[in-house]
Design a protein around this ligand. Structure first.
Ligand SMILES: [Fe+2]
Ligand SMILES: [Fe+2]
Length: 226
C-alpha cells in the first residue's frame, strides 16, 4: 500500500472536498502544533464519525428502497469501529485537557450534523472528503513517527489494548502502534476515494447520455425546421 498517495481533484465536488479538508487541517495545525498525542486523541474522536453516519444513512436507504447495499454498509461500519479503536489506543498515550474535552463535545455535535447533510446532498463529495481526511491522517502519523524516530517524543511501550487489537509482539512500542494505525488510515483513504470514484462513474454516463439526448433533439428540431 502506497503511503503518500494523493488523489488529484478532477471536478467541482473533489475541489470542495479538498478545500474543506485543507481548511480543517489548517485549524488542527494551528491548535495542536507538535502535540501529536493530543492531536491524535481529539482527531480520532472525529474520525470515527463519518463511517457510522454514512453506514447508518446507507442502512436506512437500503431499507427504504429495498435495495442491496453491495456490502458498503459493513465496510463503513468497520471503518468507524477501527477509528474508535485508534481513539481507545491513544487515550492511553495522551490524556485530553479540559479545553480539548470541550472541543471534542462541540466538534462531535457539529460534525455529525454537517457530515450527514453533506452525505445526503452528495454522497460522492462525502466519501471524497474522508479520502482527503485520511490523506492528511497518513501525513500527520508520518510526522508523528519522525518525531519518535528522532527521539523528540519518548517511544514508550505499546498500550495493551493495541497489542491485542493489532496482534503486535508483547515488546511492541508506540512506533509500531503509529505504523499500524497509519496503515489503517491509508486503507480508509483508498476505500473512500474508490467509493467516490464508483459514484462518479455512475453520474458521468448519465450527464453524457443527457448531452447525447439533447444533441439528438437539437438535430431533430433542425431537420424539422428545414
Ligand atoms: Fe484513525
Ligand atoms: Fe482515519
Amino acid at each position: 500500500m502506497s503511503l503518500d498517495k494523493h488523489f488529484t481533484p478532477k471536478n467541482f465536488s473533489d475541489k470542495v472536498a479538498l478545500g474543506f479538508t485543507k481548511f480543517l487541517r489548517f485549524l488542527a495545525d494551528t491548535f495542536f502544533k507538535k502535540r501529536y498525542g493530543h492531536r491524535a486523541v481529539v482527531l480520532e474522536t472525529v474520525a470515527a464519525v463519518p463511517g457510522m453516519v454514512a453506514g447508518m444513512l446507507l442502512h436506512l436507504k437500503s431499507l427504504r428502497k429495498m435495495q442491496d447495499d453491495r456490502g458498503w454498509i459493513k465496510i463503513l461500519l468497520d471503518e468507524a469501529e477501527n477509528e474508535r479503536m485508534h481513539l481507545m489506543t491513544f487515550i492511553h498515550i495522551a490524556k485530553p485537557t479540559l479545553i480539548e474535552r470541550i472541543i471534542i463535545m462541540i466538534a462531535q455535535f457539529i460534525f455529525i450534523i454537517t457530515y450527514a447533510i453533506i452525505f445526503i446532498a452528495s454522497q460522492r463529495t462525502a466519501h471524497r472528503i474522508v479520502g482527503y481526511f485520511e490523506e492528511e491522517a497518513v501525513r500527520s502519523y508520518t510526522e508523528y513517527l519522525n518525531e519518535l524516530e528522532m527521539g523528540k517524543i519518548k517511544n514508550i511501550s505499546a498500550p495493551e489494548i493495541a497489542i491485542n487489537y493489532w496482534n503486535l509482539p508483547l515488546n511492541a512500542t508506540l512506533k509500531d502502534v503509529v505504523k499500524v494505525i497509519r496503515d489503517d488510515e491509508a486503507g480508509h483513504r483508498d476505500v473512500n476515494h474508490s467509493f467516490a470514484d464508483i459514484i462518479n462513474s455512475k453520474i458521468k454516463p448519465k450527464s453524457e447520455t443527457n448531452k447525447n439526448k439533447e444533441q439528438i433533439k437539437d438535430s431533430q428540431t433542425l431537420k424539422e425546421n428545414n
